[in-house]
Design a protein around this ligand. Sequence first.
Ligand code: CMX
Length: 141
Amino acid sequence: MLPNTFNKDCYLDHVAIAVNDLDGAQKKWEALGLTFSSEREVVESQFVTTAFAPLDQHAHLELLCPYGDGGAIKKFLEKNGEGIHHLCFKVPDVKKKMEELKAQGFRSVYEEATAGANNCLVNFIHPKSTGGVLVEISQTL
Ligand code: CMX
């Protein structure tokens, strides 16, 4: 069995789910037992409204609903419908980590890290270079 240790250099921060109706989705996940923060955040640069609920000491469930006209979540919902959109891992230094990943052949979505929800600096690894999973890496500022 794997040891139950915490890896502070790379740990799961959130699982993000794309939804059309934030209130409706939140109610469904609350029925399962999750408790959402009363504060929602609009991330204008990403065209989303977010709602977070803790899953354990570190990981959260993030609901992502389109805000405004455009953005990756709106496009994803139009093509695929609701569902898991990405996994996010917390790292100490997002720029350094992305350089290391690129040197190993991974493809970054953004040339430079950008502002994300919850006062973080983020970048994304393209799903075409991870085996079909969009991965966000995030550094708390
Ligand atoms: N998970 C897995 N695969 C995905 C995906 C996802 N979330 N989104 C797109 N893809 C795949 C598609 O299935 C498609 O594959 P095929 O060519 O085999 O059909 C391919 O990637 C291209 O998809 P697309 O619909 O044409 O999408 P784009 O290329 O326009 O955009 C991406 C894809 C990853 C570059 C875009 O979603 C992006 O820039 N993501 C980063 C930003 C982001 O996701 N923001 C959301 C909010 C973040 C937050 O605040 O938490």
